[in-house]
Every structure is written in C-alpha cells, then in structure tokens.
Design a protein around this ligand. Sequence first.
Ligand code: HT9
Ligand code: FE2
Length: 335
Amino acid sequence: MAYDAFLLVSFGGPEGQEDVLPFLENVTRGRGIPAERLEAVAGHYRHFGGVSPINAQNRALLEALRPHLDLPIYWGNRNWHPFLEDAVRQMRDDGVRHALAFVTSPFGSNSSCRQYQDDIARAREAVGPDAPVIDKIRHFHDHPLYVESHAAAVRAALETLPSRLSARLVFTAHSIPTAMNDASGPGGVGRYRAQLLETAALVAAAAAPELDWDLVWQSRSGPPQVPWLEPDVNDHLEALSAAGVREVVVSPIGFISDHLEVIWDLDNEARDTAAKLGLVFARAATPGTDPRFVTMIRQLVDERVLAHSNVRHALGTVPTWDFCPADCCVSPKRV
Ligand SMILES: CC1=C(CCC(=O)O)c2cc3nc(cc4[nH]c(cc5[nH]c(cc1n2)c(C)c5CCC(=O)O)c(CCC(=O)O)c4C)C(CCC(=O)O)=C3C
Ligand SMILES: [Fe+2]
C-alpha cells in the first residue's frame, strides 16, 4: 500500500488550569458521567497544575519515532489540541492522499478503537471531499515488542522488592462498562477483556513465569448503578493482603505511557491503599519512548507499507486485522 503520511491519533489532555473544564466537556459530552465524578477527575488534573502528561508524552514519542519513519508525521487528538480535525486539514493542505494512523491504544472496544475510527471519520467529513483517506494500524496487544517492553519493566520493578520470590503480579487496564466489553469485537465477543488477558499472560510468562498474576481494572467512571469491569485494583490489593500476599508489582499493561490515570490512580491511590495494608508496592513502567516500543511502531508501519501480510509479529491467538469489520465494537454506543 502506498502511504504518504503517518498520523499519530491520541486522546489529548489539558495543558493548563483553564483547559481542564473544556477538555472534560469534550470527553464526557452526552455520556452521563455524574457531576461528583467529574469534580473528582477535575481535581486530579488540578493537582498537576491542570496539565495532563499525555501531550508531552506524545511529543516525546513523535521525536523518538522521527528517525525511524520515512513518512511525513502528523498528530491529532480526539479531545484536545492539537485536534484531529486540524491535523486532517493540514494533511489535505499539504497534498496528503492516504495516511496510516497509529492510535495510542493497543486494544479493541468502543472506547479504545471504534470511537477513534468514528472521530477520524468525523474529522475527514469536516475537512471535506479532498480529505486524505486514513487507515488505522491494527491492534498490537500481543506484539512481541509490546509484550517485551512491559515485561522488561516488570523485571525492573521486581528488582526493587526485598524478596521477589513471594511477589504477586497485578496487571491493570482501564475499566469499561461490562456491556461495552461484551459488545467489543466482531459480533460482540468480549474482545477487550480477551486481549488484555492475553497481554497479561504473555507479559507474566516473559517476565516472571514462577509468579502468580491477576488482571484487574482501574479508573472506573460512570454512574454507580452501571456495571463496569471488576475487581478494582484497590479492592484487589485488599483481597491479596487478606490472603497473605506481602509484595506486589502493579503493571499497567493497558496503557502505553504514564497517563494521568497511571500517575493518579496507581501512583497515588493504589500506592496509598498498599501502604495502609502494609503491602510492599512497586509500579512497573509503561512503554513511553522505550526503543522496543518505537521499533514496534516502525514494524507495524512496515507491515502495512510493504504489505507483507504474512509477516505479522504476534505472540497470541486472539486474532487481529487491518480493517475492522463493520459490526466490530459498535453497540452499545455508550452506557
Ligand atoms: C478504555 C479506555 C482507555 C484506554 C484506551 C485509550 O487510550 O483510549 C481510556 C484512556 C484515557 N482516558 C482518559 C481520560 C478520561 N477518560 C474518561 C472517561 C472514560 N474513559 C473510558 C475508557 C477508556 N479511557 C470510558 C468508557 C469512560 C467513560 C466515558 C465514555 O464512555 O467515554 C474521562 C472522564 C472523567 C472520568 O474519568 O470519569 C477522562 C478525563 C485519558 C487521558 C489521560 C490523561 O490526561 O493523561 C486516556 C488516555
Ligand atoms: Fe478514559
């Protein structure tokens, strides 16, 4: 396939106190998030001066990628500047015809895949008929370099523990409504949780096959009466402590960099929970600009540009594809 641009597509985050509320409005418009939850999340951003770490992390990723890509690079977010629509307009003005998009989430679900594709479609529509065609790069939840990047971080975190032999690995990902999980994948097969279980198993096997591990969830939102994936990481730490576990490594395999959810919900909240329980707690790093992760992106681009569809680096058995079927992760839209 002849691509003439690379587009990084991400979530976006506020870059100052005055950005916090308009950003949260963009994220939660029509989504029924309770006011108390929004207040709390606004407080997390305010705690860091109203600055989300995510935009700086994307800038750093683009700088790390630049020497590895032969294509012009663009960047657009769903929820904050630089917006996707502006990036698509710039591409159009620069004469780009067919861009390849890397979305900063490895997994399927309405929130982590379909929503990004819908937003790309909306941005193209806004720009008009001469907007470039934009293809999304496939899921990479079991790419050997995604797995190895997290596994190396788990090994490094284990090194910091007094007695790594009795440690428990606790893998975390962003919780989503159970109905959204059930509807993820073609025809609704619970693909989000299935992919995360596969990532967790692969990272555990690569990092410390002798240790027990669990997959749990973090950063639940939404109204309390709507069921989301459980258990929450904090509840799980209590259960582990009650069962006699003394040391944990928490590895956020659902995140590619240290988003606000990682630095607040894990480094503040979960760490506090662990401290109250007397658990030794180490948080494993996310890929960020790890050279393995950067190389993975290069490989995913090559996979599409060279159209060597028989060369798909993948360690697991949950299938991935270049173009999502029309019925993938569509319904229910939002709960
Ligand atoms: C699966 C998933 C990912 C991982 C995949 C991906 O990366 O896309 C993710 C990432 C992120 N989520 C983020 C921020 C927020 N997510 C929210 C709300 C929600 N997230 C959801 C799911 C996910 N979210 C859902 C189902 C909701 C409910 C509303 C809805 O149905 O859409 C809210 C509203 C307040 C609240 O938390 O209630 C905020 C502020 C940021 C930026 C962080 C930063 O600034 O560093 C990032 C990377
Ligand atoms: Fe989110």
